[in-house]
Design a protein around this ligand. Structure first.
Ligand code: LMR
Length: 396
């Protein structure tokens, strides 16, 4: 028998929270778990620009015949434009493959790296998105964790990070978060990106950037500053990006793998080597979400609507960061000023798992056991109560 003696597998640290949330029948429960943007009413609605593009698609799509392993060509070009700026050198030296979500893009990158650099290790930040090591190990990579964030100080461990990265060799790969680091919200500044790029260029290591939250930090161009700087300083790197969050298209699985080469010819070659990898993984990516994104990005009016909707999301997240930090500061439990300075959906409270449990059980505030909260789950009605609950749970 193959299945009968199997032990229960452990719950996914993020997806497993759904069960606990569903079991909590309190009308006051607050979901600060999975990274989904919620509006001020705690809802995650379909964006207006997406609804319009979907109607257009339903009325005009002539066929559902296969496209190719690269997916929607228009979407791929629009994605490169969003990442590097249309007409830029990075735009010219890159090529994109549509992938099923950011996870699909990461798995494609991971398998491609394994093919091109079979003996290399992949260096990932500590902490990182819990799915990163799983994806990389599934391709057969050895994973090394480099120091990134000091939970107690609420700050980057940049000097320690640079010291650890001195160990990168020419067969290794460095994984970086492009913006809005998940789970910490702490990003490299411009000088730090420059220093990392310089160090990596010397080592000959590859770079893989996970960019899942573009536009949810400081703005579309601002959040692309890191990868744009890499494009100036490095001949080659890979970006795994996602429209799950900035287009609220989560379940449609809309991601992209972008390879940047030393020249346009190199990018075309890298792209050609990635296509057969995609062919064995999923053959063709799902179409709907990418067709919607391509329409919105390529239509001046819809793009204006999208940028407006994105600005509202970003503004609300940053306002909630301020409000939570201010309310926590008044409690005097610890210095939570870092929450207001960080960017993106997440921050780490730096509390013990039993305090996380207390928050869930006694205060109906749901977060990952690592102490990560999704700031986008806060709103004017719950933020003060959540702050008070955090203060109470972490002092008991
Ligand atoms: C998260 O970190 O909560 C999101 O990226 C959702 C996921 O797939 O884990």
């Amino acid at each position: 028998m193959m299945f009968a003696d199997l032990a229960e597998p452990p719950l996914d640290p993020i997806l497993g929270l759904a069960q606990l949330l569903a079991q909590d029948k309190s009308p006051d429960k607050v979901d600060l778990g999975i990274g989904i943007y919620q509006n001020e009413h705690g809802e995650a609605p379909v964006l207006d620009c997406v609804k319009t593009a979907e109607r257009w698609l339903a009325e005009t799509q002539p066929s559902k015949r296969y496209l190719s392993s690269a997916g929607n060509a228009d979407y791929n070009t629009q994605t490169r434009g969003l990442l590097f700026g249309e007409g830029s050198d990075g735009f010219a030296r890159s090529r994109t493959i549509q992938a099923p979500g950011g996870t699909g893009a990461l798995r494609l990158a991971s398998d491609l790296l394994r093919k091109l650099r079979p003996e290399g290790r992949v260096f990932i930040p500590g902490p990182t998105w819990p799915n990163h090591p799983g994806i990389l190990k599934a391709s057969g990579h050895e994973v090394v964790v480099y120091p990134y964030y000091d939970m107690a100080a609420g700050a980057l461990r940049f000097d320690e990070m640079m010291a650890a990265l001195a160990d990168l060799g020419p067969r290794d790969t460095l994984l970086l978060h492009g913006c809005c680091h998940n789970p910490t919200g702490a990003d490299l500044d411009r000088e730090q990106w420059r220093a990392v790029a310089g160090l990596v260029a010397k080592s000959g290591a590859a770079v893989l950037v996970d960019l899942a939250y573009l536009g949810l930090g400081d703005g579309l161009a601002e959040d692309a500053a890191g990868i744009r700087l890499l494009a100036e300083q490095m001949p080659e790197f890979i970006v795994a990006s996602s429209y799950s969050k900035n287009f609220a298209l989560y379940r449609e699985r809309v991601g992209a793998l972008t390879v940047v080469g030393g020249s346009e010819k190199d990018a075309v070659l890298a792209h050609a080597h990635a296509l057969p990898v995609a062919r064995t993984l999923w053959s063709m990516p799902p179409d709907h979400g990418a067709a919607v994104v391509a329409k919105v990005l390529g239509d001046a009016e819809l793009r204006r609507v999208w940028e407006g909707e994105l600005t509202l999301m970003r503004g609300r997240i940053n306002a909630m960061r301020e409000r939570l930090a201010t309310r926590l500061a008044a409690q005097g439990t610890r210095d939570y000023g870092f929450i207001a300075k960080q960017r993106g959906m997440f921050t780490m409270l730096g509390i013990a798992p039993d305090a996380v449990e207390t928050l869930r059980r006694d205060h109906h505030v749901h977060l990952t056991s690592s102490g990560r909260i999704n700031v986008a789950g806060l709103n004017a009605n719950n933020v003060d109560r959540v702050a008070d609950a955090i203060a109470a749970a972490s002092t008991n």
